[in-house]
Design a protein around this ligand. Structure first.
Ligand SMILES: Nc1nc2c(c(=O)[nH]1)N[C@H]1C(S)=C(S)[C@@H](COP(=O)(O)OP(=O)(O)OC[C@H]3O[C@@H](n4cnc5c(=O)[nH]c(N)nc54)[C@H](O)[C@@H]3O)O[C@H]1N2
Ligand SMILES: Nc1nc2c(c(=O)[nH]1)N[C@H]1C(S)=C(S)[C@@H](COP(=O)(O)OP(=O)(O)OC[C@H]3O[C@@H](n4cnc5c(=O)[nH]c(N)nc54)[C@H](O)[C@@H]3O)O[C@H]1N2
Ligand code: SF4
Ligand SMILES: [Mo]
Length: 717
């Protein structure tokens, strides 16, 4: 075989969906990865973590064969790199037969809803994220999983205002003159937006960051505004108060394209600057200045990310922030507006891919019950009628990333729970599996992909042969469907057929206009990348929401939502304090607000086990960041071993007293349990409470206290 280059797509759960060029040598081994220079947003570079991706693909720790737990090995945490000792290798045939037999028996005994799939965004490739797997579980009659863990709240909030998840074109940020990164860690989580922001700044734009944590993005900004966690709704309502008070809103745009302005005005009357200042901890003069500059500089754009919606009041916060550009008419100018997500631009044929109709042919004969993934602990320990008896995990690592870890691990420890984990590595979740199955990386399978941070569709070609016996999600569920005797023809669809179905390729009548003419073939002919076919034409930036009609019930941008009112939700945004916050727990036992954060060089719990990636995070692994005032009050010095605790548990970390937080706030990062002192990560302290919209989790509304640890935390990986 001659050396060659293949276009793949980074499928990690990141807005950037980078085009990746993979160099393969004569032996079929990938030797080099680089950002595709032909991709207008990737622009030839990769983030630090994926630049080192071959260390992941070829890691000696990859899971390469199906394995079964040994009869004498109890479920629970295993020593890193010695996990395989608790398992024995089996063949794929035996693995698939075993799973089919167990699922069949469990479905017969307890009903199919006692089977729970658990997946999220290990891959955001369209087929790998949700296609054959969904068909399989629908046909089985398994419980449906409500995938709320990340973005549902913000998504529903955006839909309630605009009717579609679209936002300012990433490439149009270069045209902006005022840029607000609002709960958006661009340097860490969305690095390919940064060059466009830098270009705008070279042309005089100002970058403002609103975040309770001084991120690298905040440090690089023109103006950093720290805010009390969970109070963004108050800030946005206060800004609207000022904009209306001072006449800094676009009367024409508001009159023509929005709904409910009068009622919004009544609501914002309750948010005078002094009150907002008290709630947010931002000086009144800064709030005035922020609103004034935002209202008078055009084009103004907000990069809103999902950080603000991970709290009790998060839905209202995203709604309120999303209303700002509707009030100022910022959408009218190229480079103005707001971007939370662009994912609504990619209208895959999800009904064809996922076939929810198959639930009607399942033994249930009706849609299965829905289980919220953000309450996995509850699902595994408390749910009845039926209780969960089988858990099938893929594309996710819930033992590390799900809230209220104590409850999750109690559930996963149940000896009577049949657990299958399809994974690339021996994660914390795999430690609780009855069977572990080896999964491919994005270099080892084919897929197509959109993005939530740009407007390009891509095809990801297979660069290398699967390592060991690793197999893709599509392969796995195709094989299982055959074992279960599912005879519907859709279970024999090939990857090519699935890709064509996703795109409705060749179906000119029904294909989405923005995907018109796009096929796997056309994608390949275009270097693997096609811009969505907007009516503006291929090279012009896309500018949504400049004018209506809007796909909302009223046809306008909705400040006031009758639809939410009908669902019993406040039809206007309001500030309501989180159940766990300093605003409600004055004098309560846990005085500090905890931010259990993502890491810049990991992807949620992915990459944490790789030595090269760990090295890039040495400053943060196992560290609690606090303000020196909070440390001094507790007699804590730099480097001290500390315990961070609340009613849900206690974590052992090392104090960094000049952390990037203000008094009253502490922060630490998601790790792997088995690589953490004490065997738990930050999610031991988070809650299964749900927020105000869409049933999302409240990772960033957590109260804790901190004390010096009695004994030193000797063991750190
Ligand atoms: N390097 C890296 N990149 C990632 C990820 C990763 O783990 N690592 N994760 C990926 C995933 S799954 C997602 S969903 C995206 C998400 O990307 P982001 O939404 O950017 O994710 P977060 O880091 O959760 O939150 C962003 C910022 O919000 C801040 N924040 C927390 N609470 C509040 C608040 O109450 N108000 C305000 N204003 N800000 C607040 C946090 O301090 C954080 O800096 O990033 C993706 N990209
Ligand atoms: N404390 C705290 N908790 C959080 C967050 C936070 O900011 N703070 N963020 C939350 C958010 S936004 C999210 S999105 C979730 C993310 O939670 P998850 O979606 O669980 O994300 P990861 O931790 O990255 O785990 C994904 C796993 O999928 C595996 N994988 C990758 N590709 C494939 C594949 O093709 N097939 C299979 N079978 N497996 C594959 C990877 O090896 C990895 O172990 O975490 C949430 N939890
Ligand atoms: S993680 Fe994000 S920035 Fe990094 S290569 Fe993948 S898509 Fe690009
Ligand atoms: Mo996420």
């Amino acid at each position: 075989m001659a050396a060659k280059t293949v276009h793949a797509v980074c499928s990690h759960d990141c807005p950037d969906s980078c085009g990746v060029l993979v160099t393969i040598d004569e032996s079929g081994r990938a030797t080099r990865l680089r950002g595709d220079p032909g991709h207008p947003v990737t622009r030839g570079f990769l983030c630090g973590k994926v630049a080192k991706y071959l260390e992941r693909v070829y890691s000696p720790d990859r899971l390469l064969y199906p394995m079964r737990r040994r009869a004498d090995a109890p479920k629970g945490p295993l020593e890193h790199r010695r996990e395989a000792e608790s398992f024995e290798r089996i063949s794929w045939d035996e693995a698939l037969d075993t799973i089919a037999a167990r699922l069949d028996a469990i479905a017969r005994q307890y009903g199919p809803e006692s089977i729970l799939p658990y997946s999220y965004a290990g891959t955001i490739g369209v087929l790998g994220y949700g296609s054959m797997d969904r068909r399989f579980f629908h046909r089985l009659g398994a419980s449906q999983l409500d995938r709320t863990i990340c973005a549902t709240t913000g998504g529903e909030a955006l839909l309630s205002v605009y009717g579609r998840k679209l936002g300012t074109d990433t490439e149009a940020f270069r045209n902006a003159r005022f840029i607000v990164a609002w709960g958006a860690n661009i340097h860490g989580n969305n690095i390919h937006l940064w060059p466009f922001i830098e270009e705008a700044r070279r042309n005089g734009a100002k970058l403002v960051v609103i975040d309770p944590y001084a991120t690298r993005t905040a440090k690089a900004a023109d103006w950093y505004i720290p805010i009390n966690p969970g109070t963004d709704s108050a800030l946005a309502l206060g800004m609207m108060h000022i904009l209306v008070r001072d006449g800094l809103y676009d009367q024409e745009y508001v009159a023509q394209w929005t709904h409910g302005f009068d009622r919004l005005c009544q609501r914002i009357a309750a948010y005078p600057v002094e009150r907002v200042s008290t709630l947010t901890g931002i000086p009144a003069a800064d709030i005035e200045r922020l609103a004034g500059e935002y209202g008078t500089t055009t084009p103004a754009v907000i990069r809103l990310n999902y950080g603000v919606q991970r709290s009790d009041n998060g839905g209202a916060a995203v709604r309120a922030i999303a209303m700002l550009p509707a009030l100022t008419g910022a959408w009218k100018r190229l480079g103005g507006g707001l971007q939370l997500s662009t994912s609504g631009a990619f209208r895959w044929d999800s009904a064809a891919l996922e076939r929810p109709d198959l639930m009607l042919s399942s033994p249930l004969g009706r849609p299965a019950r829905v289980v919220n993934m953000s309450r996995l602990g509850h699902a595994l320990t408390e749910l009845r009628d039926p209780a969960v008896h089988a858990l099938f995990v893929y594309n996710s690592n819930p033992a590390a990333i799900a809230p209220d870890q104590g409850a999750v691990l109690r559930g996963l420890s149940r000896p009577d729970l049949f657990t299958v984990v399809h994974e690339q590595f021996f994660t914390d979740t795999a430690d609780y599996a009855d069977l572990v199955l080896p999964a491919t990386t994005f270099l080892e399978h084919r897929d197509i992909q959109g993005a939530y941070g740009h407007y390009y569709v891509q095809i990801s070609d297979q660069a290398i042969e699967p390592l060991g016996e690793a197999r893709s999600n599509v392969w796995l569920f195709t094989g299982l469907a055959a074992r279960m005797g599912f005879t519907e023809p859709c279970f024999r669809d090939t990857v090519d057929e699935l890709m064509a179905q996703a795109l409705r390729a060749g179906d000119a009548e029904n294909q989405d206009p923005w995907l018109a003419g796009t096929t796997p073939q056309s994608l390949r002919e275009n270097g693997g990348i096609e811009r969505l076919h907007f009516s503006e034409g291929p090279r012009r930036p896309f500018q949504p929401f400049g004018e209506g009609p809007f796909p909302t019930p009223s046809g306008k941008i909705e400040f006031f939502s009758e639809k939410l009112a009908a669902e019993g939700v406040d039809p206007l945004p309001a500030f309501r304090p989180a159940a766990e916050s300093r605003h409600t727990a004055e004098g309560g036992p846990y005085p500090l607000e905890f931010l259990p954060r993502k890491s810049d060089n990991y992807m949620n719990s992915t990459f944490i086990n790789l030595p090269g990636h760990r090295e890039m995070e040495t400053a943060h692994n196992g560290v609690l960041e606090m303000h020196r005032d909070d440390a001094a009050q507790r007699g804590i010095a730099e480097g001290d071993a500390v315990e961070v605790f609340n009613d849900r548990g206690s974590l052992r970390l090392r104090a960094h007293v000049d952390g990037a937080v203000r008094p009253g706030v502490v922060a630490a990062r998601v790790g792997w349990n088995k690589l953490s002192a004490g065997g738990h990560n930050v999610n031991l302290l988070t809650s299964q409470r749900l927020n105000d919209l869409g049933g999302g989790p409240v990772f960033y509304s957590v109260l804790v206290d901190v004390r010096r640890a009695l004994r030193s935390t000797a063991k750190r990986a």
